[in-house]
Design a protein around this ligand. Structure first.
Ligand code: PLP
Length: 385
């Protein structure tokens, strides 16, 4: 099970970071559910001292995720938000960050309600417009934090151009790649310095674990993130690490089906008389479809559509039977949600309006069910509008 440097993506997903268990030969990395490790003699041990600092299951997952994203090292955290919190520790009081304006609501909440108390400042811009990004840079800007596609209106940022711009100003490019997954888009290939995920979503893929990861490329960032993961201690548990490691084995297969269903649902909704607009980068009508074709391999399972009013959205959300009305995304089951009152409820109404999160907007995370069952379910729910 030795990987060559030429190993292709699905082979890397299956095997990277994992060796048969040295004690038994078990092909699957065991759940090392232990808090400490017995040392042979004073100062002599096998490289494991205490489980916050080192755990073989978590380290196997970290090796796997670093390889999948094409980064040098990865650090797994207890949630996606804990991962973003760790990235923020690369900053110091007085530093400024430019952020995609319709970033995940929880990220906005962390930046706006917590980190501003520590003399960090944030400017929110439409990062699909790099002129606006450049205008937002100041002499204290240290980080450009981008989500692409954005949640939930699927706006894209040109990753190569964003990396070039950031680097020309001595700024790090951080990409939250949760929505796409590395099967669809690998930001480090375009020059990103750091990639983060909520592993809760596509990487685990089965809606049964909460976690996060930071993948880094620069040696100084790697050294600091390793230190902070241990110093702050918000580590991913061995069991959750094992679940995500199982999830990444099928990531390429799952993403093929998520993408196929996402595209089919987007086309179906586009043709439906009750739907006013569909946001999906795989549609030729998406304003950045050409960019999507350049930087994504497939277009993923996330889409949103506009029904024109809260009442219409309510009827669809309450009328679906197979689609589960729930927050989150990226699991094998199809989920449907109402961004304005669910994922983005913490974003002030004024800002929601600016970034296109209307009361009539509905988001779908397309699962891997049979597409005809999903279409039938939406048809009957839309009939009630
Ligand atoms: N980033 C994105 C794009 C998300 O959608 C989410 C959660 O929905 C997060 C980060 C935070 O992840 P977690 O819920 O695992 O803390």
């Amino acid at each position: 099970m030795k990987l060559t440097s030429r190993a292709r993506f699905s082979t890397v997903c299956l095997h990277a970071g994992q060796e048969p268990d040295p004690a038994t030969g078990a092909i699957i990395t065991p759940i090392y559910q232990t808090s400490t490790y017995v040392q042979e003699a004073l100062g002599r041990h096998k490289g494991y001292e205490y489980a916050r600092t080192q755990n073989p299951t978590r380290m196997a997952l970290e090796g796997n995720l670093a390889a999948i994203e094409g980064g040098k090292a990865a650090f797994a955290f207890a949630s996606g938000m804990a991962a973003i919190g760790a990235i923020a520790t690369l900053l110091q009081a007085g530093d400024h960050v430019v952020v995609s304006d319709n970033t995940y609501g929880g990220t906005f909440r962390l930046f706006d309600k917590v980190l501003r108390r520590y003399q960090l400042s944030f400017t929110y811009v439409d990062t699909s417009k790099l002129d606006d990004v450049e205008r937002a840079f100041t002499s204290t800007t240290r980080m450009l934090f981008v989500e692409t596609p954005t949640n939930p209106v699927m706006r894209l940022t040109d990753l190569r151009a964003a990396a070039d711009l950031a680097h020309s100003h001595g700024v790090r490019l951080v990409v939250d790649n949760t929505f796409a997954s590395p099967a669809i888009q690998r930001p480090i290939e375009f020059g990103a310095d750091i990639v983060t995920h909520s592993t809760t979503k596509y990487l685990n893929g089965h809606s049964d674990s909460v976690g996060g990861v930071v993948i880094a490329e620069r040696d100084d960032d790697i050294e600091w993130l390793k230190f902070v993961q241990n110093a702050e201690g918000a580590i991913l548990s061995p069991f959750d690490s094992w679940l995500v490691l199982r999830g990444t084995k099928t990531l390429p297969l799952r993403m093929q089906q998520h993408s196929a269903n996402g595209l089919a649902l987007a086309r179906f909704l586009c043709a439906h008389a009750k739907v006013r607009h569909v946001y999906y980068p795989g549609l030729p009508s998406h304003p950045q479809h050409e960019l999507a074709k350049r930087q994504m391999r497939g277009f993923g399972g996330m889409l949103a559509f506009e029904l024109g009013s809260l009442e219409a959205a309510r009827r669809v959300l309450n009328g679906v039977k197979l689609h589960a009305l729930a927050e989150s995304l990226g699991g094998v089951e199809t989920l449907i949600s109402h961004p304005a009152t669910m994922t983005h409820a913490s974003v002030p109404a004024e800002r929601r309006k600016e970034i296109g999160i209307t009361d009539g907007l509905v988001r779908i995370s397309a699962g891997i069910e049979d597409i005809d069952d999903l279409k039938e379910d939406l048809t009957q729910a839309l009939d009630a509008v």
